[in-house]
Structures are given as structure tokens and as C-alpha cells.
Design a protein around this ligand. Structure first.
Ligand code: CAA
Length: 258
């Protein structure tokens, strides 16, 4: 039995972390299942992926504290690498990934959401990196991605203080793009995913690559990355289709991912 449920609706994939008894906490098995589930997504068909948590209370309440409690230094480092490898795979996934945060997003849960391209949440969501209160640092990318998303000062305050924040504060500091009533969250996530999936898939992938790779280098190198990916689009059938539809004043577009 897998700790990950996967379903598809048209060109949208929905991946649910399913360990509700432990508020979807990430132990080694959940991480392995998540890794395998990501590998199994057919990116020839799926154009946007949603990640959420099962139940009404929690997205992911962190890495599994029981499992971590007995780790040695070497095992701790290896556990960090296990999480980091999966989250980096999500971050570098060729298609956009949306985190639909349906409750607690603490520690590894906040870190999982930050490896996604876009975060939206329900009104009952709670975010935080409580690790220093447990005697550890964030270990699945939190020290790096939180500072990049909300700025160094805010990230340091949250991490040093092990300070959790509610959905409205997460929205205010830019950690999430939108906050919805819980019962609307998945519909809104699917709507956003469908909007993305309706656009030319290669252009969307190239835009993701340009943004993510460009942020790692200086602006002169970054615009060259953009120029190359922009140029590559002109070899695609979907560029002809998109521009053809505009010039012909045609609303319907048939993007074929080629
Ligand atoms: N690891 C293991 N089990 C967890 C868990 C976690 N991170 N979070 C929740 N659970 C388990 C609880 O132990 C409990 O199990 P039992 O019923 O068997 O006792 C079950 O989930 C339900 O949890 P609670 O009874 O505590 O539920 P609550 O509503 O009272 O509280 C909560 C919810 C505030 C999220 C609380 O569970 C909590 O504080 N959890 C831990 C959050 C946390 O510190 N996360 C960071 C982990 S460290 C990390 O993630 C490191 C890293 O960067 C890689």
C-alpha cells in the first residue's frame, strides 16, 4: 500500500500524501512513495500537477519526529538528503507543481510546499519551521527556500523563533498566492492547474526553466538563458498554433505539446 494517492483529471495530476493518522508526516516510506509517485507522472499527458494532503486538518505536519528521534549524525545527514533529493526533483519537475495546502504545513510540510512552483492554501492552514524547538535545523531545504521566498529577515525570525504563522500572515509575506475557504481549495487548485494546462505546454515548461535557472545566475547570464528558451519555442508547432489563432482571430487553440 502506498502513502501516496494519485489521480488525474484531463491534463491535471493530483497527488495526495495519505498518512492521515500522523497528519501526513513524512517518514522514509512516505518519502520513497512520493519519489516513486513523482517518477510515475506521465509528463507527456499531464501539464500541471497538484500536491495536497489527505484529511481536513493537515497538508504535511513535518518530517516524522519518531523516526528522527533516534538518528545518529550520519543518519541525520542521510535523512536530510533523502528529503532534499525528492523535493529538488519536485522543484525541477518539468511541469508546474501547485501545492494545495489544506492545513498544517510545518517543518518538512512547509518545505514540501516551498519546493512547488505555486502555493495556495485554505483558511485553516498553519505554516512554520518549528525545528529549532526540536533541537535541529530545518533539513529539507527550509533554511534555503524560505529565505528566497519571503526574504532573509522574515525567514530568520520564523526559523530562529520556531514561530508558526496562520494563512493570512502567510499571504501577507508572500509565502502563499491565495487563501480560500477550505471547501473551495481543491476546486481553486484545479482551476489554476487547468488554466496553466490550457496554455502551450512547451512554452510553460520553458518559462519555468527560464525563471528557475535564471534566478541561480547573474542577470547577464539569466537573459541569455531566456533568449535560448524563447528561441526554442519558434521550432514548435504550438508557437505556430498560438500565433496563428491570434492572427486568424480564432478563440479555440489546439496545443499539441510539440
Ligand atoms: N511526526 C510524527 N508524528 C506526527 C507529526 C510529526 N511531525 N505530527 C503529528 N504527528 C502525529 C502525532 O504524534 C499524533 O499521533 P498519535 O495519535 O499516534 O499520538 C497524530 O499525528 C496527531 O497529532 P496531534 O495529536 O499532535 O494533533 P494536534 O491537532 O493536537 O496537533 C500539530 C497538531 C500542532 C501539527 C502537532 O501534531 C505537532 O506539533 N506536530 C509536529 C509538528 C512539527 O514539529 N513538525 C516539524 C517536524 S521536524 C522536520 O520537519 C524536520 C525537517 O525539516 C526535515
Amino acid at each position: 500500500m502506498s502513502y501516496i494517492q494519485y489521480e488525474t483529471e484531463g491534463a491535471v495530476g493530483i497527488l495526495t500524501i495519505d498518512r492521515p493518522k500522523a497528519l501526513n508526516a513524512l517518514n522514509s516510506e512516505v518519502l520513497a512513495d512520493l519519489d516513486a509517485a513523482i517518477d510515475a507522472v506521465d509528463t507527456n499527458v499531464i501539464r500541471a500537477l497538484i500536491i495536497t494532503g489527505s484529511g481536513e486538518k493537515s497538508f504535511v505536519a513535518g518530517a516524522d519526529i519518531g523516526e528522527m528521534s533516534a538518528l545518529t549524525k550520519a543518519e541525520g545527514e542521510a535523512f536530510g538528503k533523502k528529503g532534499n533529493d525528492v523535493f529538488r526533483k519536485i522543484e525541477a519537475f518539468p511541469i508546474p507543481v501547485i501545492a494545495a495546502i489544506n492545513g498544517f504545513a510545518l517543518g518538512g510540510g512547509c518545505e514540501l510546499s516551498m519546493s512547488c512552483d505555486i502555493r495556495i492554501c485554505s483558511e485553516n492552514a498553519v505554516f512554520g519551521q518549528p525545528e529549532t524547538g526540536l533541537g535541529i535545523t530545518p533539513g529539507f531545504g527550509g533554511t534555503q527556500r524560505l529565505a528566497r521566498i519571503v526574504g532573509v529577515g522574515m525567514a530568520k525570525e520564523m526559523i530562529y523563533g520556531a514561530k508558526n504563522i496562520k494563512a493570512d500572515e502567510a499571504y501577507r509575506i508572500g509565502l502563499v498566492n491565495h487563501v480560500y475557504p477550505a471547501e473551495e481549495l481543491m476546486a481553486q487548485a484545479k482551476k489554476l492547474a487547468a488554466t496553466i494546462a490550457a496554455n502551450a505546454p512547451i512554452a510553460v515548461r520553458h518559462a519555468k526553466e527560464a525563471i528557475d535557472k535564471g534566478l541561480q545566475v547573474d542577470i547577464d547570464k539569466a537573459i541569455v538563458i531566456e533568449e535560448k528558451l524563447f528561441g526554442d519555442c519558434f521550432e514548435t508547432a504550438d508557437q505556430k498554433e498560438g500565433m496563428g489563432a491570434f492572427l486568424e482571430k480564432r478563440k479555440e487553440k489546439n496545443f499539441i505539446n510539440q
